[in-house]
Ligand binder design. Structure first.
Ligand SMILES: Nc1nc2c(ncn2[C@@H]2O[C@H](COP(=O)(O)OP(=O)(O)OP(=O)(O)O)[C@@H](O)[C@H]2O)c(=O)[nH]1
Ligand SMILES: [Mg+2]
Length: 311
């Protein structure tokens, strides 16, 4: 299972890996790394979405270059550079490795999923509830997207598939009221988890952001810690715009962790590294496809190897 997941992740990130590898091939085959080459490498890594500090940390590591030289050819070895870079990336990502499914103190643990339109919130809600069901957890799912009927039925299908209790409100009803109702039910049902799916909203729409913080406030009336997890779901294909999304959702509700979806097929997967470097938020999970099994917890080492295209 773990092996299959790594294979899937590596396949999904192959375009991102090609981009990072390309930045490195420029330095391979040389006998020494001069400053010009190192500067070029740094620029390329930044262009591969890794972020300024990560890129300079990696290049700094490569400066002491003796250990990169292959004994027989006396040239800088590609596989050695790939390994060193993967190690550095892993170090940057390590602090963000947090298991979303670890034991929770509160019952129900309320997990609110936020994000811009189409980032993958509803699909992620379904995938998470499936994982929880497999661990014999009782789950309530709430459709707090009350604007689109299709959104409600999409989530209802996931709830049916995963044997979760489903809560919805009337069309165009107040999302905060639906959230409150779902939490009352989750408490009554002694559910382990309450997953709240919210409507997509652009991060610069302040009225919609206020509505989201109202939902959080209302939930905290039933338990001051709720929602215990305020997650922003980010689409991995958008690249640097993910920074602005995380920043604004964090300002509005105080994000406790992120989930990055659609890492399959994107060339911009490196954005996870720059997000980690800039925000240092836990990365709870990553998505690499539309199917229920295409989500798993984030492992720094696994991701670093996959984005370098090495095993
Ligand atoms: N390839 C790929 N597609 C994904 C992934 N996650 C979600 N999707 C697809 O992205 C599209 C949007 O997903 P939704 O879950 O509906 O997104 P949402 O954030 O709930 O959208 P709104 O409610 O409209 O804001 C769907 O077609 C999903 O199947 C992923 O990890 N990989
Ligand atoms: Mg949705």
């Amino acid at each position: 299972m773990a092996f299959n997941w790594f294979k899937k992740l590596k396949n999904g990130l192959s375009k991102s890996a090609a981009k990072v590898q390309k930045s490195i091939t420029a330095v391979v085959g040389k006998k020494t790394l001069d400053q010009e080459t190192l500067n070029e490498l740094e620029d390329q890594l930044i262009m591969a979405d890794l972020g300024l500090r990560s890129a300079s940390q990696i290049v700094e590591k490569l400066k002491s270059q003796k250990f990169l030289i292959e004994k027989d050819t006396k040239e800088i070895s590609e596989s050695k550079v790939f390994n060193v870079v993967a190690n550095e990336i892993s170090k940057i990502l390590q602090p963000c490795e947090k298991d979303l499914f670890k034991k929770k103190i509160d019952t129900p643990c309320v997990l609110l999923l936020s994000g811009v339109n189409g980032s993958g919130k509803t699909t992620t809600a379904g995938k998470i509830s499936e994982k929880l069901r497999k661990n014999n957890k009782k789950v309530v799912i709430a459709a707090c997207d009350t604007f689109r009927a299709a959104a409600v039925s999409q989530l209802e299908t996931w709830a049916e598939r995963t044997g979760s209790i489903f809560v919805k409100g009337d069309d165009n009803s107040d999302p905060a009221a639906v959230a409150y109702k779902s939490m009352e039910l989750a408490i009554k049902e002694k559910a382990d988890y309450l997953i709240i799916d919210t409507a997509g909203r652009l991060q610069n729409k302040s009225d919609l952001m206020q509505e989201l913080s109202k939902t959080c406030r209302v939930l905290s009336k039933l338990n001051k810690n709720a929602p215990q997890e305020k997650v922003v779901v980010l689409d991995g294909t958008v690249g640097q715009n993910a920074h602005s999304q995380l920043k604004h959702f964090d300002e509005a509700i105080g994000i406790t962790g992120i989930i990055v979806t659609k890492l399959d097929g994107t060339a911009k997967g490196g954005v996870i590294i720059s997000l980690a470097e800039e925000f240092k938020k836990p990365i709870y999970a990553i998505g690499v496809g539309e199917k229920v099994e295409d989500l798993d917890v984030f492992k720094a080492d696994e991701f670093s190897r996959a984005i370098m295209g090495i095993d």
